[in-house]
Design a protein around this ligand. Structure first.
Ligand code: KIV
Ligand code: ZN
Length: 513
């Protein structure tokens, strides 16, 4: 179990891969989950909730592999209060050096009505499920879902049952983001005072952000005695999301005078993982988001800039470097060499082996030929593009020429390599992007539905690269495609093809043997 011997130590429990991934459309691939788990482990997260193993074969495999590869973190899986769920969860997490089973049931009146259990019947289910989990694993977390709308007396009763049955962490979820900070603190205080055995376990706080109070509620709960915060990178999560890891961690760091708690997070890794999660989930970070938003450290107004130049502390309560933003943003141009590129990418959190560097360098030079100044964000977009294994993709873009302008019809001439064989077509569409997408569809007919198409400029200026995200759905399977290019239509076609390739991999994986 995580060492919690010291009173001021707060356990950081990240659920990006479980509650975060539950956001409609935020589905991540197996490899993306592994990469995020490894970044979470590296940054010092204590507990990684890697998924809900009973939910699907894919979830099971991901939790199992995250568990097998884990280095420092406790690896946790979620399970309903059912023997089958708990067994499946154990089958996946048992490969971790430090496994945890997290089992839950909804305890509020509304949630009790769903399985139609009365208070006593539910109490029995809780006793049996936690006992079963504890017989499998020494580290068991139990959650009364919708705890903040559960009657106080009943909540105390079921928490006591779970502790007696062997739960080592009791999580108090504000499932619908209904609570206010004073109530969040009061709830933890009440449980600590009233529940026998409460001092022998860790209380966790798990907040949702429906009223924008998740961070405040989590910190208030810690002030009252909770010692585990459940959170996600960028606050990813269903509806308005979960508590944002970067917000609670930086709040405890910057205001340690009034929140004297410690955690193991290396805050300089925050930006890198934030960008990674935004990319793979397809949920871009809002510009004015605390800590990780593009404008979080930008000082536009003249008064602010003047103050900043004289003394950065005038308007800055934390330094950009504290969250992993490097100070100089203008990086390189076409004369920059391989060593400089390697050093800059290392600075941005990407350490490359020689063969990877060789490939990225070729792409960097191609970009530098088209774009005079290359910024950090350009390099990060380049890296994201090169993580998709284009050379092995089933479908590859070989050539694209579009005709567009005030005089339609907009036309796309496209050549694709499909399993290495060239196919050509010329199609029309309602605009150049539509024409390009129609060309892909004509060359590779499919039923997948386009759910989302998003374009962002990576940097400023008319020569900026466009990052395009495309989300596609086929038979309930969802895939995100991404690409960046100074030509928006090329980036769009590549992102569409990237999503299709991912769907093909999924089709393959779920094909009956
Ligand atoms: O919000 C919630 O109640 C949850 C539980 C499953 C812990 O995510
Ligand atoms: Zn939740």
């Amino acid at each position: 179990m995580t060492d919690t011997s010291e009173q001021d130590r707060v356990i950081i429990f990240d659920t990006t891969l479980r509650d975060g991934e539950q956001s409609p459309g935020a589905t991540m691939t197996h490899d993306e989950k592994l990469e995020i788990a490894s970044l979470l482990d590296e940054m010092g997260v204590d507990v990684i909730e890697a998924g809900f193993p009973i939910a699907s074969e894919g979830d099971f495999e991901a939790v199992k592999e995250v568990a097998a590869r884990s280095v420092n973190a406790v690896i946790c899986g979620l399970a309903r209060a059912k023997t089958g769920d708990i067994d499946r969860c154990w089958e996946a997490v048992k490969f971790a050096a430090q496994p945890r089973i997290h089992t839950f049931i909804g305890t509020s009146p509304l949630h009790r009505a769903i399985p139609n259990l009365d208070m006593d019947e539910m109490a029995d289910v809780i006793h049996e499920s936690v006992t079963h989990a504890r017989n499998l694993c020494d580290n068991v977390q139990w959650s009364p879902m919708d705890a903040t709308r559960t009657e106080d007396d009943y909540l105390c009763r079921v928490v006591e049952i779970a502790i007696k049955a062997g739960a080592t962490t009791i999580n108090i979820p504000d499932t619908v983001g209904y609570t206010a900070p004073a109530e969040s603190a009061e709830l933890i205080r009440m449980l600590l005072e009233r529940v026998p055995g409460a001092d022998s376990i860790i209380f966790a706080t798990h907040c949702h952000n429906d009223l924008g109070m998740a961070t405040a509620n989590s910190l208030a709960a810690v002030d009252a005695g909770a010692r585990q915060i459940e959170c996600t990178i960028n606050g990813l999560g269903e509806r308005a999301g979960n508590t944002a890891l970067e917000e609670v961690v930086m709040a405890m760091k910057v205001r340690n005078d009034i929140m004297p708690y410690r955690n193991r997070i290396d805050t300089t890794k925050i930006m890198n993982i934030s960008r990674m999660v935004a990319t793979v989930s397809g949920f871009p970070v809002q510009y004015n988001k605390a800590i990780v938003g593009k404008n979080a450290f930008a000082h536009e107004s003249g008064i602010h800039q003047d103050g900043m130049l004289k003394n950065a502390e005038t308007f800055e309560i934390m330094r950009p470097e504290d969250v992993g933003l490097s100070e100089t943003n203008l990086v390189m141009g076409k004369h920059s060499g391989r060593a400089a590129l390697r050093a800059k990418l290392k600075d941005l959190g990407h350490e490359l082996a020689d063969n990877q560097l060789k490939d990225v360098f070729v792409r960097f030079k191609a970009l530098a030929d088209r774009k005079k100044e290359i910024f950090d964000d350009d390099l990060l977009a380049l890296m994201r593009d090169s993580t998709s294994d284009a050379a092995h993709d089933h479908i590859q873009l070989k050539h694209l020429r579009v005709v567009c302008g005030t005089e339609g019809p907009q036309t796309a001439d496209m050549t694709l390599l499909i399993e290495g064989v060239e196919h050509e077509v010329s199609t029309q569409g309602d605009g150049p992007v539509d024409a390009a997408f129609n060309a892909v569809k004509a060359l590779f007919p499919h039923e997948a539905r386009l759910q989302l198409y998003q374009v962002h400029a990576v940097t400023e200026g008319t020569d900026a690269q466009a990052t395009v995200s495309v989300r596609m759905e086929e038979d309930g399977k969802i895939a995100m495609g991404q690409s960046a290019d100074t030509d928006t239509v090329v980036a769009s076609a590549k992102a569409y093809i990237n999503a299709l390739n991912k769907l093909l991999v999924r089709r393959q994986k779920t094909k009956p043997a």
